[in-house]
Design a protein around this ligand. Structure first.
Ligand code: DOR
Ligand code: ZN
Length: 386
């Protein structure tokens, strides 16, 4: 990664809604290299092209509206299969992949990496076909009822153990929405309870199964992934790095900060920042950018999901800067993910520069509009060459 120390142009990293958020994180970081220079002196960095290891692209008009925001900077993305109906088979994934490729801007080489949606009727044969295809890269586990379009998900994990066995055998990663849905478990505890009740059991039973704990949100998840033996990793979203749960209630109810798993307490946010900026290769970038129309978010029963793609890499840069860890951004964004998935790292680079710009207030999507993360705000960094 190339650093350029130029004049200090931009005085302050942008405060991201939670007044104390980024300051707290940098205080806690114990990163000797961060002390070699102040990240506020760095105004330009060059990193290998990043990938997004967790992305929702939807379908139809929404698909065409959102693909360009990701394709402008990310080389590849793991595309979530929670369409309605879900992407269950290799044939479904192939057809969806073609629709995504058709939605790319002219000249784009963005590559969608497809996933299948795990149901209780998924078979070992489906797994074999997925492993033999050159475009399905993983299978996604949703607990039934946990989130958007998860009704076809799994109710009883033991029923899909034969599928896990086949995935372990074929080296196909299991991507987990790691939450329990029991009504007696507090919604803020769903991830920690999933780890305790299910994740450890799966890991022991299938020690060679490659697993990704998607959108890790708690210190519990970080501790588990750091210390578990075997091939396990976690993606971390930019919104969980930027905000603590106060952001859901700041001056009123904030539907555009509502996602699942929910944003957690400040101590969890700090643990996520520490993990993302640690250089540990088990942690990598996954935005979980999940567009919903504005009216569906701002409703008496609003949808879960944050549309972060329009400023994703810029906001990650701002978080890493605030943590004094810009030198760790390339590993997190561009190296650890491909290494885990066994894919080549990109050769091309992108350049990020400190500069002022405004995230659009809204983005048109057919007859709907989307409200991006930090709408109207200044991420403080922009992509100057990609
Ligand atoms: O907030 C979320 N939105 N979490 C998910 O797990 C799904 C996603 C979506 O598809 O909207
Ligand atoms: Zn997701």
């Amino acid at each position: 990664m190339l650093y350029l120390f130029i004049i200090r142009t931009i005085p302050e990293p942008v405060k991201q809604g939670v007044a104390t958020a980024s300051e707290g994180a940098s205080e806690r970081l114990e990163c000797p290299q961060a002390n070699r220079h102040r990240d506020s002196d760095v105004t330009r960095i060059e990193i290998r092209r990043p990938d997004d290891w967790h992305l929702h692209l939807r379908d139809g008009d929404m698909l065409s509206a959102v693909v360009p925001a990701t394709a402008r900077v990310f080389g590849r993305a793991i595309v979530m299969p929670n369409l309605k109906p879900p992407v269950r088979t290799v044939a479904d994934a192939g057809a969806y992949r073609n629709r995504i490729l058709a939605a790319r801007p002219d000249g784009s080489r963005f590559e969608p990496l497809m996933t299948l949606y795990l149901t209780e009727t998924t078979t070992a044969q489906d797994v074999r076909e997925a492993a033999e295809s050159d475009f399905v890269h993983a299978i996604k586990y949703y607990p039934a009822g946990a989130t958007t379009n998860s009704d076809s998900g799994v109710r009883d994990l033991e029923r899909v153990y034969p599928v896990f066995e086949a995935m372990e055998k074929h080296g196909l990663p299991l991507l987990m929405h790691g939450e329990v849905t029991d009504g007696d478990i507090d919604v803020f505890d769903r991830e920690a309870v999933f780890i305790e009740r299910h994740l450890e059991k799966i890991r022991r039973r299938f020690p060679e199964l490659k697993m990704v704990l998607e959108h890790a949100t708690t210190a519990d998840a970080i501790d588990y992934v750091e210390s578990a033996p075997g091939p396990i990793a976690a993606t971390i979203t930019v919104h969980h790095l930027m905000y603590n749960r106060n952001a859901l209630f700041e001056g009123g109810l904030r539907p555009h900060h509502y996602c699942l798993p929910l944003i957690k307490r400040e101590r969890h946010r700090r643990a996520l920042v520490a993990a993302a900026t640690s250089g540990n290769e088990r942690f990598f970038l996954g935005t979980d950018s999940a567009p919903h129309p504005k009216h569906a978010k701002e409703s008496d029963c609003g949808c879960a999901g944050i549309y972060s793609a329009p400023a994703a890499i810029e906001l990650y840069a701002s978080v890493f800067e605030a943590a004094g860890a810009l030198h760790k951004l390339e590993g997190f964004a561009s190296l650890h993910g491909p290494d885990f998935y066994g894919l080549p790292r990109h050769e091309e680079k992108i350049t990020l520069e400190k500069s002022d710009w405004k995230v659009p207030e809204t983005v048109n999507a057919g007859d709907d509009v989307l409200v991006p993360l930090r709408a109207g705000g200044n991420p403080g960094w922009s992509v100057s060459a990609s």
